[in-house]
Structure formats: structure tokens, C-alpha cells
Ligand binder design. Sequence first.
Ligand code: AMP
Length: 287
Amino acid sequence: MKIIRNIKYLRTIIREIKSKNQLLGFVPTMGSLHSGHISLLMESINENDVTICSIYVNPTQFNDPVDFAEYPREYNSDIDLLQSLNCDIVFLPTDKTMYPENHKPIDYEFSNYMNILEGEKRPGHFLGVITIVHKFFNLIHPDRAYFGEKDYQQLWLIRLFTKKFQIPIEIKDCKTIRDKNGLALSSRNKNLTEQQKEHAQSLFLAIDSLRCAIKGKSYLNNKNFIDLKDQLVSQFLSNSWIKLDYFEVIEDESFRFVREIKHDKKYRILIAAYVGGIRLIDNMLIE
Ligand code: AMP
């Protein structure tokens, strides 16, 4: 596996790949790799001639300096893991490489959906995400890029971004990987104590219960829908361990907030909450 830290070497390798007409898959990560990342990597490795994984904790997408400082960083074990998976290239840039002195922020405000849910609770977050993804796309020129459904709003915005900016990269989505109790895997879970981890399962229980309840009904008017949500919030999310940020349902295709439930549409439940001081997100499709 090639370990690349500077852009000059990266460009040479990318040129080589392109000159051989090899299909290039790209998996951007912030490291501290777990089975969720591995599922993205395996899809890319299976579908492409060459897979490149980036590991970079991107400062501009963090609105909370404590979260940024405490974000787990495990570069050595990540490299060992990538090697064992037969990943071809890992790109490990520094801040100076990604944000050189002449870096000028671009105003990527291409959608109001950047400012709701995660965007509202973490101002500037999606601007940081789109900035770094665009930089990676420009440097790497992958044929396909792999993103997890776990960060659903991010995935949705990246799809919209590539469409609006006519970027010829296929965006592939990968299912959320969970632990045996349903908790969605996340690098931030490594900062949870065992007890906090048990309480973090409530996020999964709340969205899964709402999913089952909605699935069982052909129609829910606004009042019944709100009552159902309130009931699940008090059952699973109203205790001293959990601080709820949002618990919302959207129409899966349009990303619009839902007021009533009709049987002929696909919906998605999205949740974000702090457990201890750790912010976790999850979502689930209702088919
Ligand atoms: P991160 O390192 O958290 O920025 O995540 C890198 C990529 O892995 C993103 O596209 C995430 O959506 C995806 N990812 C993170 N956790 C999971 C998971 N539990 N299941 C599937 N994909 C995930």
C-alpha cells in the first residue's frame, strides 16, 4: 500500500492510474476506522481497480473546538487495518497541504438544506464538509466516491453538490453498520464509557420504534404524528444521560419535513443527541 502525504506525489500516482485507464474508487474518512468504514472500503475495493482512502480530520467542519481536539486519532492502527484490507493507497494530508496560506474560502451555499438539522445545530459544518470534499475531488479525480448513509444529510448534500456543480463522479451510498445492540458505529463511540454506550442505544430504540409505529399505519394526521413522537421521546430520550438535539421525520426524496404520514411515500427518521458530552447522529428509512 502506498502511503502518500504530499500533493506532488499524489498527482504523479493519479496520473499513472489515469494513464492506465484504471477505475479509481475514493473513500474519504476522518480515521479511527471501524466496521462502517470497512464496508465502504470493501465496496470500493470490489468495484474498482484502485482504491484510495483519505484520513484527514478536517478542522473547518468542526464548529466545536473541544469536539475537534477530542476527536479520536489512531493513524498507526488505521494504516495497519488498510494494509490488511489490501487498500491500494492511503492519503494522509496535513492541514498545511489542504489549507495552504493562499486558501480562500468559497461560498458553497447552494442549498437551504445546508442550514437545517445538522446545519442548524452545527453552523458552518456543511460548508466545511463540501469545501474538503471538493478539494479531494479536484486532487484525486475518482470515478466513484463512497459515503455512508449513517451521515444521511451529508450524503444527500454531496449528491446535490455534484449535480449542481456538474462533477462527473458517481456517488455511492453504503448502508449503516451497527453494533449488536443497534448502535450505529461511529469513531466518536470510542469516547463513550460502557455505561454511556448502553444509554446511546436509546437513539436506535427511539428511531426503530418510530419506524415500526409509522410502518403499521396507513395514515397519521399531524396531531397523531406529533403525539407518537412525543410518546417515544418521553419513553427513550428523556433522562439525564441524553440531551436531544432533534428527532425529525423527512420525506426521503425531497428532504422536506413531514407534518402527516401517507402510505405511498418513503420517509426517513433522523436523530441527533448528546450522550455524556459526545454528540451522536443516526437515521433510518421507513419503507
Ligand atoms: P467519518 O470518518 O466519520 O467522516 O466517516 C467517513 C465515511 O464513513 C462517511 O461517509 C460516513 O458516512 C461513513 N460511516 C461512518 N460511520 C458509518 C457506519 N456506521 N456505517 C456506514 N458508514 C459509516
